[in-house]
Design a protein around this ligand. Structure first.
Ligand code: ADP
Ligand code: MG
Length: 228
């Protein structure tokens, strides 16, 4: 309980920090975006200049989008809840990962049960969770290997699982992995699983971790189905 509380508090601090930063960045970015767009409309520019300014405008728009998703994320309980066709989302995302990483020695086995219902949640957040889980799985198998992605029904929930045959974790480590900033990787942020847990719980679901050292790890995300 006490540990859970500390964890929640840490996440709140992360949330506050990112909200503060996002607000500080937003005003100057607004000015950059506004002036860039008005420059684009002025007629006395050469084609080369126009092209450069168009790129600035596009990149600024991308940053503006990123910023508003950070602000949305940091605001508690403000996740837009939609009906997400999770089977299609999984096929699309794993296909992208396959294209990106099969060269590096990773294969993907996707097992999607027939007629799994849509779930309550937000597509972008679920995608973010899945990509993060797959990245962790790859990092647990630095030499490459097979990553299994499964989708099935479990009691009253829809279950999304990512399994690897990598280094695995002992019980002591399993207790820590959802803490913000806990990482065993030199370049790790330690925010992946903490964010996943927060997002899944905001969607009304929960997480289950199964792991054993030297054998591998399975992480399951449980979502609420949309009942027909
Ligand atoms: P990061 O990946 O930045 O380290 P995460 O929150 O995603 O942060 O993971 C935290 C830690 O949990 C990792 O550093 C690693 O020690 C452990 N971990 C997460 N996923 C796996 C996995 N699939 N296999 C083994 N260890 C894992
Ligand atoms: Mg990670």
């Amino acid at each position: 309980r006490e540990q859970q509380l500390r964890q929640t508090e840490k996440l709140a601090v992360v949330g506050e920090m990112s909200t503060y930063l996002a607000h500080e960045i937003r005003n100057p970015l607004c000015a950059i975006g506004g002036f860039t767009r008005s420059l684009l409309r002025s007629s006395n520019l050469s084609e080369k200049e126009q092209e450069k300014i168009r790129i600035i405008a596009e990149e600024t728009a991308r940053l503006e989008g990123l910023l508003s998703s950070i602000l949305n994320f940091a605001r508690p309980g403000n996740m837009p809840v939609e009906e997400v066709d999770i089977a299609t989302l999984i096929h699309g995302t794993t296909e992208l990962m396959r294209i990106g990483y099969q060269q590096a020695g990773y294969s993907f086995t996707v097992a999607v049960e027939k007629d799994v219902p849509s779930v309550r949640g937000e597509a972008e957040s679920i995608k973010q969770c899945l990509v993060n889980l797959i990245k962790n799985a790859m990092e647990a198998m630095p030499e490459g290997g097979d990553i299994e992605v499964v989708l099935d029904r479990r009691h009253d929930f829809v279950r999304l699982g990512v399994r690897d045959h990598g280094v695995g974790m002992d019980e002591e480590e399993q207790d820590k992995v959802f803490s913000p900033f806990y990482s065993t990787k030199p370049e790790g942020t330690g925010l992946g699983l903490a964010m996943i847990k927060k997002l899944v719980e905001e969607m009304g679901g929960h997480i289950d971790l199964r792991s054993s050292p030297g054998q591998g790890t399975a992480l399951y995300l449980y979502f609420r189905p949309v009942l027909e």
